[in-house]
Design a protein around this ligand. Structure first.
Ligand SMILES: Cc1cc2nc3c(=O)[nH]c(=O)nc-3n(C[C@H](O)[C@H](O)[C@H](O)COP(=O)(O)OP(=O)(O)OC[C@H]3O[C@@H](n4cnc5c(N)ncnc54)[C@H](O)[C@@H]3O)c2cc1C
Length: 368
């Protein structure tokens, strides 16, 4: 018997995991504004290499045995009627609602439109402009900017590629001194121009990009890997601005509930539970929220259980691919140090497949 209606808003890493976890015990409805799962971790290579174009797209049709997946954009949570309102006007009743709307990233790590066809077109357009460019500028030297620069360099050995980073060392907070040095050495050995301490102003005039000190970089194409914006504007517009902190993330308590609300949870990149906006954190939060939702839905029974409390991790392995055949892994070790592992580990753990087989299996598909 399945108890309670659970509406999960957002079918990204966290939403998919949570919906699957509750599928056997609750009536689950997963809502997403696009028709297919987007494996963002594979998106940078997909934006560069035509043979990877469709890799990030995995259908939702094998995810749930009992529950359903609805295509639609949530525009409001009606906490009085306990209904999620979609842009079409459709209303989805809930006993528990989970907000898992993630964050928006600059292109190419972005799903444009709502259909696979639209997103494929956007990736193909990026691939074509990269193939035709003489000079590509990547702004932002964190893990994504580094990965993208490496992908572009390997796809276009004949083009000029510049990576501009506002800080004094690549990888920023995600890195350590040794990893930054090795990353910079790899890029420079492969002919990528690395410009540190270069804070680039947004926009350009006829291909002239300026940094804060007046330096100019002339490029015919640019990509910005400079940060993320939580997908919560819809909540603000619907009058739930009090659920958000100043950066627009949803404020949650340690049981991952929106503060003061027993039946509204928020998981993944969209909440303020951790600074570390990475997939393992999103998955761990989905697991914990699934447990707490089951506990809440069964709370009328005699065996009442306490909610579990989320403890954010502050240090986690970070793997930065340099294309499919090289990369670097930063592994926290006891004592606060970070071990830096090279190509072999990084290729096996991530760089070659970008964890696509793992995500395909999560959605009920075979690895390839
Ligand atoms: C280029 C890049 C590479 C990355 N690589 C890694 C990596 O290697 N390892 C790692 O751990 N992390 C990586 N990350 C971070 C990782 O992608 C995020 O932590 C992860 O996506 C968070 O999952 P989520 O489910 O919270 O959000 P998302 O995956 O963003 O999913 C949110 C979902 O909500 C939907 N949605 C949004 N608004 C609405 C609405 N109003 N109505 C309905 N649906 C809505 C969206 O369509 C989307 O499907 C990377 C990020 C980028 C940009």
């Amino acid at each position: 018997m399945r108890d309670g209606d659970v509406v999960v808003i957002g079918g990204g890493y966290a939403g998919v995991r949570l919906a699957k976890r509750l599928d056997a015990t609750a009536r689950v409805t997963l809502v997403d504004r696009k028709e297919i799962f987007f494996h963002r971790i594979a998106s940078l290579r997909a934006g560069v290499r035509p043979e990877w174009t469709v890799t990030p797209f995995i259908p939702y049709d094998r995810l749930l045995r009992n529950g359903r997946v609805v295509l639609g954009k949530a525009v409001r949570v009606d906490t009085v009627e306990r209904q999620v309102v979609l842009a079409t006007g459709e209303r989805l009743p809930y006993d528990v609602v989970v907000i898992a709307t993630g964050a928006d990233y600059p292109e190419p790590a972005r799903f444009l439109g709502t259909t696979t066809e639209e997103a494929v077109k956007a990736f193909a357009a990026h691939q074509q402009s990269i193939a035709a460019a003489e000079h590509v500028l990547v702004v932002g030297g964190g893990p994504s900017g580094v990965e993208l620069s490496a992908e572009i360099r390997l796809a276009r050995p004949d083009a000029r590629v510049t990576l501009a980073h506002s800080g004094p060392a690549l990888l920023g907070n995600a890195g350590c001194e040794k990893a930054s040095r090795k990353t910079q050495a790899w890029l420079e050995d492969h002919g990528v121009e690395v410009r540190l301490d270069s804070f680039m102003s947004p926009g350009h005039e006829f291909g002239a990009y300026r940094d804060a000190r007046g330096g100019v970089i002339e490029a015919d194409l640019s990509f910005w890997a400079t940060g993320t914006t939580p997908n919560t504007l819809w909540l603000r517009l619907a009058g739930h601005g009090d659920w958000l902190n100043p950066s627009g993330h949803i404020k949650v308590d340690r049981s991952l509930r929106v503060e003061g609300r027993l039946d509204v949870f928020a998981v993944g990149d969209v909440n303020d539970a951790t600074e570390l906006k990475i997939t393992p954190a999103a998955l761990a939060q989905a697991d914990l929220a699934a447990w707490n939702i089951r506990t809440y839905l069964n709370s009328a029974g005699r065996h009442r259980r306490e909610p579990r409390l989320y403890r954010p991790v502050h240090r986690t392995p970070v793997i930065v691919p340099f294309g499919p055949a090289d990369g670097l892994t930063m592994l926290p070790v006891p004592g606060g140090e970070t071990a830096v592992l090279g190509g072999r580990t990084s290729v096996l753990a991530k760089a070659k497949t970008l964890m696509t087989p793992y995500m395909r299996r999560q959605l009920g598909y075979t690895a390839s």
